[in-house]
Structure formats: structure tokens, C-alpha cells
Design a protein around this ligand. Structure first.
Ligand code: PEP
Ligand code: MN
Length: 257
């Protein structure tokens, strides 16, 4: 379904959300919902910049069980409240089949994280919803495996799928993961699905985001996902890679140039 030239799936994110333009989509927001005030600050900033999508995790898949795990349903409530008031489409990760129904009640887009790309039961469950799904490439997944994971969702009848390249694990340590830039044109060639690149989780650092943002768009990405926090130094997760608001503005200016 995802490779056929039929209209089995939406081919553009803007079309999926009824946005009448062809500009690259920016999905921005903090790693996690922390306080209503932080999220409000970001949402206001995004709206002022004409950005339509806010991300924030309520269920955080952390490598260590001792790290901040997210605010769960309380986080969903904050995200819903803020995104509605600022007219933004919200996106959050769902990590468990048992939570899918609950999460759909609060947010606009379901995210399947890298660690769950081959959680086939979870893929089938989000495939049964009418919510758009952002499916992230697994940390050790091939492009073919990513496309097959998307197929699981499409087969259940969900035609709103957005793929996300977020880097893969290699021997390189200067970045957290290695952004596989060639996956973008390959996905564009072999499927009809939109694809965005998560430049924050792939890099794990923020000093090079401007060039990488430009690079993924040049490679044909439909958009960018990027982490933004009002005070990244105080963030409860991924503090090194989150942009502050002025760094975010710089990135937007840079990609427009
Ligand atoms: C995220 O986007 O919040 C996240 C945890 O990313 P990934 O699944 O790509 O590691
Ligand atoms: Mn993060």
C-alpha cells in the first residue's frame, strides 16, 4: 500500500491537515511536557512564527528506568489545553497498545518512537485509529523495515502516515545517531509517504542543526522535527540537543535563506 501509486495514503502533510501550501512542515516543541508554563511559552512562540505543529512527550521511552518518564495523562491534558488554545496540531508518542485509545482523545497525531518501530501490535493498534501517525525509523532498522512497519499501519486502514528519519546507530560517536540522509530521497522514490527528519534526536547536539536542517530539506524531506525548550539547560530530558527560542529563530531564518 505504501509503495503503490494508488491513493492509498496521503502524499503530503499539508494536504493531510488541510493546509493550503507546500512549504516544509516544522514540528517543534520540547522533548517532554514538563510544566504548563513552559509549553505555553513555546506554543505562543510557534504561533507567532506561523508554525502549525507542536510536539511534546508525555510517555517518555528512556534508556534508564531512573530517568524522568513523563507526566503521562497529566502531560496529555497540558498538551491538549495548550495546543487547542494556540490553534496548533499536537503530536505525542504512544508507547503501549493499552494507551492508544486514551492518547487519541487528547492529541492530533500519534507518534511511534524509534524503539517501537517494530512493535507490530502497537502498529496495528494505531492503524485502527483515524489519527495521523508519525512513524520513526528504528535505531537499527533498514529502510525496507521502516517501509514494512508503515505497511502494518496502512493495512489496518489508516491512510495518514508520516515517516521520520531520526538517525541510526553506527560506530560514530560525534553525533548521538548517524542521520541517514540518503534514506530521504530513497523513501520518496519507493513510497508515496511524506517523510520528515528529526534533526534533534539524530544529532544529540545543537551546534550544527542549521546546516543539517538545510541539508535534509535539500534531500527532499517534507519537513523537520526539532526540539525546542525555553530553558534547555533545565530540561528534564535531552537538554543538550534542545534549542532555546532564539536558536530556533536562527534556524528558521537560516533555512529560509
Ligand atoms: C522523541 O521524539 O521524543 C523520541 C524519543 O525520539 P526517538 O523515538 O526517535 O528516539
Ligand atoms: Mn527528546
Amino acid at each position: 500500500l505504501v509503495s503503490s501509486s494508488s491513493n492509498a495514503c496521503f502524499k503530503s502533510i499539508n494536504e493531510m491537515f488541510g493546509l493550503g501550501n507546500n512549504e516544509p512542515v516544522i514540528i517543534a516543541g520540547p522533548c517532554a511536557v514538563e510544566t504548563p508554563e513552559y509549553l505555553e511559552t513555546i506554543a505562543k512562540h510557534l504561533r507567532d512564527k506561523n508554525i502549525r505543529f507542536i510536539r511534546a512527550g508525555a510517555y517518555k521511552p528512556r534508556s534508564s528506568p531512573y530517568d524522568f518518564q513523563g507526566l503521562k495523562e497529566n502531560g496529555l491534558k497540558i498538551l491538549q489545553d495548550v495546543s487547542k488554545r494556540y490553534g496548533l496540531f499536537s503530536i505525542t508518542e504512544v508507547v503501549d497498545t493499552r494507551d492508544v485509545n486514551l492518547v487519541t482523545q487528547y492529541v492530533d497525531i500519534l507518534q511511534i518512537g524509534a524503539r517501537n518501530m517494530q512493535n507490530f501490535e502497537l502498529l496495528k493498534e494505531v492503524g485502527k485509529t483515524n489519527h495521523p501517525v508519525l512513524l520513526k525509523r528504528g535505531i537499527s532498522a533498514t529502510i525496507q523495515e521502516l517501509m514494512l512497519a508503515a505497511e502494518y499501519i496502512a493495512l489496518k486502514g489508516n491512510n495518514k502516515i508520516i515517516l521520520c528519519e531520526r538517525g541510526i546507530r553506527t560506530y560514530e560517536t560525534k553525533t548521538r545517531n548517524t542521520l541517514d540522509i540518503s534514506s530521504i530521497p530513497i523513501i520518496k522514490k519507493e513510497t508515496h509517504l511524506p517523510i520528515v527528519a528529526d534533526i534533534s534526536h539524530s544529532l544529540g547536539r545543537k551546534d550544527i542543526v542549521n546546516n543539517i536542517a538545510k541539508a535534509v530539506l535539500a534531500a527532499g524531506a517534507d519537513g523537520i522535527m526539532v526540539e525546542v525548550h525555553p530553558i534547555p539547560e533545565l530540561a528534564l530530558s535531552d537538554s543538550k540537543q534542545q534549542l532555546n527560542l532564539s536558536e530556533f529563530d536562527d534556524m528558521l531564518d537560516f533555512i529560509k535563506r
